[in-house]
Design a protein around this ligand. Sequence first.
Ligand SMILES: Nc1ncnc2c1ncn2[C@@H]1O[C@H](COP(=O)(O)OP(=O)(O)OP(=O)(O)O)[C@@H](O)[C@H]1O
Length: 363
Amino acid sequence: MTTAENTPTIAARFHLERPGFALDVDIKLPGRGVTALFGHSGSGKTTLLRCLAGLERAPDGYLVLDGEVWQDGPLFVPTHKRPLGYVFQEASLFAHLSVRRNLEYGLRRIADGARRVSLEHAIELLGIGHLLERMPERLSGGERQRVAIARALAVSPRILLMDEPLAALDLARKQEILPYLERLHDELEIPLIYVSHSPDEVARLADHIVVMDAGRAVAAGPLVETLARLDLPIHLGEDAGVVLDGVLAQRDEIWHLARVDFPGGSLWVREHGVPLGHHVRVRILARDVSLALEHVDHTSIQNLLSGTVEAIGEDSHPALALVRVRVGESALVARLTRRSVAALDLSPGRPVWAQVKSVALIG
Ligand SMILES: Nc1ncnc2c1ncn2[C@@H]1O[C@H](COP(=O)(O)OP(=O)(O)OP(=O)(O)O)[C@@H](O)[C@H]1O
């Protein structure tokens, strides 16, 4: 079991000036799991990722990965000497090489002893075994991106960096790739830094989040806790809400529902064939949660949770407020009008019933 003391970490400090933009970050990231770099367009996510890769050199930058120094003062390990995998928005495969040859490219410089991921394992993880003899021009966008991810993995990186790998794909192709990314997350020890401006992708994949705004990391922490913060410096609008990690605990075969137990409560969700006992993640948007002072008996809403108001914060419109409700060890966020907050006389410490209108099982 990993403890906080021996969890490998990534420490990064970069200051980079450009006309009209400055990157200024000093962050520590966990050396395992998926860390999302999240923020609006132009907030500096790609620039930070490129600094981590050594594609951009911030003067006086500092980067240590699990005790190994990649940048410190005059010391700067060039990108090609850093054991990392980088996946761009658009898969950059060699057009004149088959999928197999694309995958084998770059393997030569990896000593046998340094191979943490075999080529076979990478092919299996991304489900591309049937594509090996194809030329890139005969692959769909989604397949091309899966090959690019397998190629990044096959060089046995110490870290995987992905820059919006799904951004160039349509919704159907995104849905095709997400399960493979989830497999990487579940089966590999390699930390993945994942740039995205999609709250949905972040909710599905990330364990940890760094919120970027105007070149700065304005919030960072475990995903579940960070999304429940009401003081996030960027407004998430319709995407405001929480994710909860839980276990699939019961199935109601008659009504095609499944019960997810999370720390502090239970929720019924639509049945998706997930086996009992499996770890799952649910996403609850703030707009789908309403609050009542008493238990509501005659309602169509299946999920009623008893909790306590913990905090009330501003929302993106002056008519609205976000209310964080503590339910056991977990937190929900509800979006209410300020008028409702006043009418119910809500304030921290007040017991309430949270009515959850919709819960999405996302992984
Ligand atoms: N090569 C460059 N030269 C000068 N300015 C640049 C360069 N690349 C990016 N910028 C600027 O730096 C800022 C941050 O860009 P960056 O690509 O890191 O943002 P981002 O958060 O990744 O955005 P997006 O989500 O749109 O990809 C932007 O203002 C951008 O215009």
